[in-house]
Write a protein that binds this ligand. Structure first.
Ligand code: SF4
Length: 451
């Protein structure tokens, strides 16, 4: 039996699995969650500690068909200006309860399209954030930049506000593919955006590309990756396109008959993966690549890499507070999520209360499973000594869990007295193996293909 046939027999080509950017995953957050948890957990941040902030801007000038992000199209500035006012009010409410001396470890502006803010609005928002907490010495401030929606003035405003990382969405450079996903963006526009960002001294550039798009072939993804390599990004996220038109209505415009099969998706991923590795990039977790000098590569080597809602991170802060409609916050005690609709979010903040809509308080079992899953997703291994020293589980109970997982994958994992490892030829199954440690009902959510 070939490795591919074995991967198929273990469900790689038909399973639907979470991407495990949290555990439990967001569909398991509940509205019955105890009121006041967000406030109590913010107040529990240690004085002088570090937190990270995520700011969600749910507006775009155009709505790309492939995108399942929570965002709305607008050609006008008025809703964006009004939304920034609400964000500022939410920031002021946060400042009122945040313990003294807290500093910012990471700040991320995502969306949507944060770069559709005018330079003046960007400066206002940045000022309101620094009124909540100043940057720590080793801070990182990253912004998702749409190359179609950036210019010199906005780049200047972001650089003046302290941006030192940027992420640009590429998806694929092929024109037919771009047309079929409703996102036209020439190579020249992307290159100019990258140059504009770097000219401001921002030396860390991430690029997102997708595999599994309609009309994508090995030849086409090879060409797109080579063009991307010419821009020398420091990090690359190679995500699988998740076709979920029952959840993301815009995807009904995508020509389904031109989508690659699950087997072809594996080929596309492998083709791109090899190109990045040949070019000297380190493989980071299941779907990222980084130059050896990049801090994510260093975090992976030292075992300090973590997984959060933005994918992989080297952020040491335990608390990530999400502001804006639909944003998720993570605390050592659990998760909270703001109301997804901008109207409900705006109403709550206007009434002077936080917009928490759902959440989940972590049990001891959740914390254990969250860490087991995170170790697999980040390091492809579970290290027994780390688990036993940080969680209330006996050695025989942990060994029994790992033995059961190995048996579920036909004994093809690496099981030793030191822990459980995923050998390189089994790594396409990582999310499926992680799912084995998930105690929740997975039928609840419309997860995406395992590959
Ligand atoms: S890909 Fe970006 S610009 Fe396009 S709809 Fe999604 S968030 Fe908006």
């Amino acid at each position: 039996m070939t490795n591919r046939t074995q991967l198929a027999s273990m469900g790689l080509f038909d399973a639907k699995v979470p991407r495990y950017t949290s555990y439990p995953t967001a569909p398991h957050f509940a509205p019955t969650f105890p009121a006041g948890s967000f406030t109590n957990w913010v107040k529990a941040v240690p004085e002088g500690g570090k937190i990270s902030l995520y700011i969600h801007v749910p507006f775009c000038r155009r709505l790309c068909w492939f995108c399942a992000c929570r965002t709305q199209g607008t050609t006008k500035d008025a809703p964006v200006i009004a939304y920034v006012d609400v964000l500022k009010a939410e920031l002021a409410m946060l400042a009122a309860i945040l313990p003294a001396g807290v500093q910012l470890s990471r700040l991320h502006w995502g969306g949507g399209t944060p770069t559709l803010l005018s330079p003046a609005l960007m400066t206002e928002l940045a000022q309101a954030i620094s009124d909540v907490a100043p940057f720590a010495d080793d801070y990182e401030f990253s912004v998702e930049i749409d190359p179609n929606e950036i210019d010199e003035a906005r780049c200047d405003a972001l650089a003046a506000a302290g941006m030192n990382r940027a992420s640009i969405g590429v998806q694929d450079f092929d024109e037919q593919i771009q047309q079929s996903i409703g996102r036209l963006q020439s190579y020249e526009i992307t290159r100019d955006a990258a140059e504009m960002i770097r000219a401001r001294g921002v030396h860390s550039l991430n690029a997102d590309i997708l595999f599994g798009l309609p009309h994508q072939s090995n030849a086409r993804i090879t060409e797109s990756v080579q063009k991307l390599l010419a821009l020398a990004p420091d990090r690359v996220a190679l995500y699988g396109y998740a076709h979920v038109p029952w959840m993301a209505k815009r995807q009904q415009l995508i020509p389904e008959d031109a989508l690659p099969s699950p087997e072809q998706r594996l080929d596309l991923f492998e083709t791109a993966r090899r190109l990045f590795v040949w070019d000297g990039y380190q493989e980071i977790g299941i779907d990222h690549f980084a130059t050896p000098e990049d801090s994510l590569s260093k975090a992976q080597h030292s075992g300090a890499m973590r997984r959060n809602f933005q994918g992989y991170t080297d952020d040491p802060a335990e608390v990530l507070i999400g502001l804006g409609a639909s944003s998720i916050s993570r605390f050592p005690q659990g998760y909270t999520q703001n109301a997804p609709a901008t109207s409900a979010y705006t109403k709550a903040i206007g009434e002077g209360r936080f917009a928490t809509h759902k959440g989940h308080a972590l049990s001891a079992d959740d914390k254990l499973r969250a860490r087991l899953i995170e170790m697999l997703m980040c390091d492809f291994e579970i290290r027994n000594h780390e688990v036993l020293s940080n969680f209330d589980i006996s050695k025989p109970a942990l060994q029994a869990l790992l033995t059961e997982a190995n048996a579920a994958f036909e004994g093809r994992l690496s099981l030793t007295p030191l822990g459980l490892g995923i050998p390189p030829d089994m790594r396409p199954l990582t999310r499926l193996i992680a799912r084995h440690f998930d105690a929740y009902d997975l039928s609840k959510a419309g997860h995406s293909s395992a590959i």
